[in-house]
Design a protein around this ligand. Structure first.
Ligand SMILES: Cc1ncc(COP(=O)(O)O)c(C=O)c1O
Length: 404
């Protein structure tokens, strides 16, 4: 039996009172009331910069310590290796710029055309500046898969970094990360994983994945707009980012430019607590990490079930072309209709209070490889608060629009 109760999480989502059915979770989820409240509290209680002397300093300190712990429990990593940034994009540029200080001609970096541009352009930009070579692992456009062999074949002895998405933000494909990690580590390359889309849909264990860096963004999993990047403290210790002279040399702070957004960190703690509580119980007998794994496993099962309903109903719609076919993937569909401009369909859905926008969603390379222009396709993704009635509404609305 699955203990995930969608009505329970829906009751926590003030935005649902609007009557909108939200299928735009892959672009950003709605916010639970307790997350907004945690941010309000952080900003209305005494708050100064981190320190130990005053209550307001201690409040900032405890938010930072608590948010690193919360992120670490969500991702299965060491709190001392959690770095916060404005967004995943910003964090990835920072890591690419820092790693590339040590790259030069003869070095190689492997990226993929399954990835969001945030996990492509930073590597390509800094590899080119350093004179290093960029190798591409290509997805199979007929299946939407990124076969492991396509990546492994690009990994040579001079490869310094392999960067792959945990799951595509348009077609949901989930590459075999542990197998790729093994191939990268066999040549002493670092393995960077873009977990932005994946983290919202599955229990994550960075160690088991074998990622040297794992990046994600809290606004994709019921949290505020905040980027997170996890690595071991040993990896961070070996790197020296551009930084201000008086700012600390300590890790992970050395990588966090300027003052941290304490209110967003407070929101992150609350969001992780909400995720841990998707399946209630065990607050006193289980660790939060164990509760997170239990909840995210139950959420994944629930989403698989709902996804099957969405998928088979979409397949029955006339004139539809679907682009997401991988065996292992998140509950995210990407599709067009013959004779229809996808933006027009999305517009008509919006008129019916259904958010399923069209575009390429910065999945610039995947859209090119799938033969889609910059207009991309319509994307419908499930989130923890999506229920069967949302799915049925989307299908009925699409039928209404395309069967005229
Ligand atoms: C798979 C994936 N990677 C990276 C990003 C970029 O994240 P951020 O907005 O935090 O920079 C996104 C955002 O949509 C995404 O979906």
């Amino acid at each position: 039996m699955n203990d995930f109760d969608v009505a329970r999480i829906r009751a926590r989502m003030p935005a649902l009172a609007s009557g909108v059915a939200f299928f735009d979770g892959p672009g950003g989820t709605q916010l639970p009331d307790v997350v907004a409240e945690a941010m309000r509290m952080a900003m209305t209680e005494p708050l100064s910069n981190r320190g130990t002397m005053t209550q307001s300093e201690r409040n900032a300190e405890s938010i930072v310590v608590g948010s690193r712990r919360a992120a670490a429990e969500l991702l299965g990593c060491d709190p001392a290796g959690v770095v916060f940034a404005r967004s995943m994009t910003e964090a990835t540029f920072m890591v690419a710029r820092t790693l590339a200080n040590d790259w030069g001609p003869g070095d190689r970096v492997v990226v993929t055309d399954l990835d969001h541009d945030a996990n492509v352009r930073p590597w390509v930009t800094y590899a080119e500046k350093a004179g290093a070579e960029v190798a591409w692992a290509r997805l199979d456009p007929t299946t939407g898969e990124l076969p492991t062999s396509h990546i492994v074949d690009q990994i040579t002895d001079n490869t310094r970094l392999v960067s792959v998405t945990g799951a595509s933000n348009v077609v949901g494909t989930r590459p075999d990360l542990p197998a790729i990690a093994e191939a990268a580590h066999a040549v002493n390359a670092l393995f960077f994983v873009d977990g932005v889309h994946l983290t919202a849909h599955a229990p994550i264990d960075v160690e088991q994945i074998g990622a040297d860096f794992y990046a994600c963004s809290a606004y994709k999993f019921l949290g505020p707009h905040l980027g997170i990047i996890a690595a071991s403290s040993a990896v961070w210790e070996s790197l020296h980012p551009d930084k201000l002279a008086p700012s600390t040399e300590q890790v992970p702070e050395r990588f966090e430019l300027g003052t941290l957004p304490y209110e967003l960190l407070a929101g992150l703690i609350a969001a992780v607590d909400v995720l841990a509580d998707l399946v209630p119980g065990g607050e006193t007998s289980m660790t939060r990490r164990d509760r997170l794994v239990r909840s995210m496993t139950a959420l994944a099962q629930h989403e698989d079930h709902l996804h099957a309903r969405l998928r088979s109903a979409l397949e029955d719609l006339p004139g539809i072309t679907m682009y997401a076919h991988a065996q292992r993937r998140t509950p995210t569909e990407f599709f067009t209709f013959d004779g229809w401009d996808s933006a027009e369909v999305a517009h008509r859905l919006a008129d019916k209070q259904i958010n399923a926008p069209a575009g390429s969603f910065y999945a610039y390379e995947p859209c090119r490889s799938l033969g889609l222009g910059s207009g991309g396709a319509i994307r419908a993704g499930l989130a923890p608060y999506t229920d069967e009635s949302d799915v049925d509404r989307l299908i009925a609305a699409l039928r209404d629009i395309v069967v005229t």
